[in-house]
Design a protein around this ligand. Structure first.
Ligand SMILES: Nc1ncnc2c1ncn2[C@@H]1O[C@H](COP(=O)(O)OP(=O)(O)OP(=O)(O)O)[C@@H](O)[C@H]1O
Ligand SMILES: [Mg+2]
Length: 651
């Protein structure tokens, strides 16, 4: 992994890990706190709601009870029993008026009515209006409004021991196609006279909207839906019906004939469990809904119960957290992007000096030996740079020492060569000197014997041996002489031809043919006599190696515009692999003792090298050896420059 990527990873982790901890740890904690808080809040709401509903019902009971004790009410109902027509009408009129006034002041009242002891409504005020009695009671000779004797709120009121009987919570009007009519509760108070005879009933209808408003008010500001569900052990059709539901269509399924029922909405099992709970609590449903419940009993006789339910879900409870969670998530993404940019920037800044150092090291490796790390840094990279510099110094020092050692080795080699040379000189010169000695003795004898012919022959041999000594000494001098060659421009083509002519008799001696293809005017600058010395040696070697009657091919031409190539090919035995390594060594010769000095090629090598050329010898494919000499061609530029120098010298 590259440095930049590593830095990015570290920075990315450094920013994202705390955020992830925040997201999963802190949010988790907040969630459970929130759940607890909302649970407590909803339980509180439910208990407030039941207190609220209870206080409404209690106050309504108190109102109705109070009304039943109002003298006008009590008196009318008690005397209606008697058949005193005059006082009846007056009292009825007065009570009607009282009821109308009273209803005006207590808006919760929907209707007020009075029945006689048989259950016939003899007086009724409804929604601010007097209801006229239109039906005739033949027994009493009196008009009445309706017969309530068979209605449950009348019958049950008679049968209970309660002072005020509360009817089931129901629709104010039960008709099939009727529009929704607010729910209501009927409060029935049986009235008895002084003799404790039942004389009639005071029935007050109270609007159920009063309870709706209380429920809604308690729930205001809370999330979740609230229901009031009836749990009725006696009337199965009422068991599980909604008494309150925000959608009025769902209420009183048994009276409206709608299919909406709480027990169907939550399932039979859940309903059974819920209705059995006496204590407030909550329940999680499989579909994610959470139900908070609180039982309330409005009826003193306990015939049915109301279940106050608040329905909510985790989504709703955790909605504020969801927002926090997504905010943190966004933050995480933003921080990741920012950290990416920062990482790219920081990584760039941090990696740049490292990359610079790497480049310096690379360039040093490629051969820039003098290059050093020059940045002034106090950090680790600076330290690495300094370490690199001192490593370079060490390497350079080692290299210098190695070069020195190599030079010393070369020097030693030279000394060895000189030693060899000395041995060679001793050996080479020893023979001709011995010969000279014996020839001189012979010549001395011949002269004393006056054998002039023999003396001449001896002296001539003596001269030969002397020449040999001189040539050996010359070779040594050539090898050791460090004098620079005298450079002049000359025509190599002409020198080649002249040299071949000079050696013609040597060719003839072995019946050899010199086949030459020499490009004319091969001009070069150099020491003409030294170059001729090279040519002579190479030609003599070729002649020596060639069998009788063979051809020696000499070619000379220009290659690559500025190089003269001279090739000398013979048909001898060529050179063995072992000899090839040594042929340029001084005194290396395969010729029999006395025939070669072994200095020819080593001297030639030195001469060609001084002329900035090259000489090599290798075996030819189908013939013997081929010698290749490369020399620089004199360019017109050089000529001009040279001419200029001459002119200025002359001038
Ligand atoms: N054309 C060639 N064919 C085969 N061997 C060669 C040829 N030219 C040179 N050599 C080998 O290289 C050796 C060295 O040659 P070099 O010219 O230095 O010395 P030399 O010829 O032996 O003695 P000198 O040159 O003094 O007569 C020769 O003895 C020979 O073995
Ligand atoms: Mg030779």
């Amino acid at each position: 992994m590259r440095l930049r990527q590593k830095l990015f990873l570290i920075l990315g982790l450094m920013t994202s890990i705390p955020l992830l901890v925040l997201l999963f740890g802190v949010v988790e904690r907040i969630e459970s706190d929130l759940e607890q808080r909302i649970t407590a809040e909803l339980q509180d709401t439910l208990s407030t709601m039941s207190t609220e509903v209870d206080s409404i019902i209690s106050s309504q009971i108190a109102t109705v009870k109070g009304l039943s004790h109002v003298p006008g009410v009590n008196d009318f109902i008690s005397t209606a029993y008697e058949r005193d027509e005059n006082s009846y009408d007056d009292k009825a009129l007065a009570l009607k008026q009282f009821f109308l006034d009273y209803q005006k002041s207590v808006s919760a009242i929907q209707a007020l009515r009075v029945t006689d002891e048989t259950g016939k409504t003899i007086l009724k005020v409804k929604e601010g209006k007097n209801i006229e009695p239109l039906l005739v009671d033949n027994d009493r000779g009196r008009y009445y409004i309706a017969d309530q004797s068979q209605r449950s709120f009348f019958r049950e009121a008679l049968n209970t021991s309660e002072q005020v009987f509360i009817s089931d919570f129901e629709l104010g009007q039960v008709q099939k196609d009727a529009e929704f009519c607010p729910a209501m509760l009927r409060y029935s108070v049986p009235i008895r006279n002084e003799k404790d005879t039942f004389t009639g009933m005071l029935i007050v209808n109270m609007w159920g909207t009063r309870i709706d408003t209380a429920v809604q008010a308690t729930m205001s500001g809370q999330s979740g839906k609230v229901y009031i569900v009836e749990a009725n052990d006696n009337i199965t059709s009422r068991d599980g019906v909604y008494l309150y539901h925000h959608d009025t269509q769902h209420r009183f399924a048994n009276q409206l004939g709608t299919p909406y029922r709480f027990d169907l909405d939550v399932g039979e099992d859940v309903w059974k469990t819920l209705r059995a709970q006496a204590e407030p609590g909550s329940m999680k449903l499989n579909d994610g809904r959470i139900l908070f419940y609180n039982q309330y009993s409005p009826y003193p006789d306990g015939r049915s119960k109301w279940l106050l339910v608040v329905e909510t879900s985790e989504d709703i409870i955790f909605q504020p957290i969801a927002q926090l969670r997504s905010t943190i998530l966004y933050l995480l993404v933003i921080l990741l992007v920012v950290s990416l940019l920062v990482a790219v920037w920081v990584a760039g800044r941090l990696a740049q000096p490292v990359q610079h150092l790497a480049r310096v090291i690379d360039r040093y490796k490629e051969g820039e030996r003098r290059l050093r790390y020059r940045e002034k840094r106090s950090d680790d990279i600076g330290v690495a740079g300094k370490a690199f510099n001192s490593l370079c110094e060490k390497i350079e020092k080692t290299k210098k020492e190695r070069d020195k050692a190599q030079k010393a080795a070369e020097q030693a080699e030279r000394l060895a060569a000189v030693g060899q040379m000395a041995a060679g000189i001793g050996h080479e010169i020893n023979n001709p000197l011995l010969n000279i000695m014996s020839l001189a003795t012979l010549a001395e004898q011949s002269i004393s014997e006056k054998n002039n012919q023999q003396a001449e022959a001896d002296l001539s041999l003596l001269k030969e041996e002397g020449k040999r000594c001189a040539s050996i000494v010359q070779g040594i001098l050539n090898f050791s002489r460090s004098s620079e060659p005298v450079f002049e421009e000359f025509n190599l083509s002409e020198l080649l031809v002249d040299t071949l002519e000079l050696l013609q008799h040597k060719f003839d001696k072995k019946n050899l043919v010199a086949d030459r293809t020499v490009q004319p005017d091969l001009k070069m600058r150099g020491d003409k006599s030294q170059i001729q010395q090279v040519l002579v040696n190479v030609f003599l070697n070729a002649i020596y190696a060639s069998p009788e009657g063979e051809i020696i091919t000499i070619t000379a031409y220009v290659a690559n515009q500025n190089k003269i190539i001279v090739k000398i090919l013979d048909h001898g035995d060529g050179i063995t692999r072992d000899d090839a390594k040594r042929i340029f060594n001084p005194f290396f010769s395969t010729k029999p003792v006395g025939q070669g000095t072994g200095m020819g090629l080593s001297v030639s090598y030195g001469i060609i090298d001084k002329h900035h050329g090259k000489i090599s010898i290798e075996n030819a494919k189908d013939a013997g050896a081929i010698v290749k000499i490369i020399l620089p061609l004199a360019t017109s530029e050089q000529e001009e420059r040279h001419a200029g120098i001459k002119e200025s010298a002359a001038g």
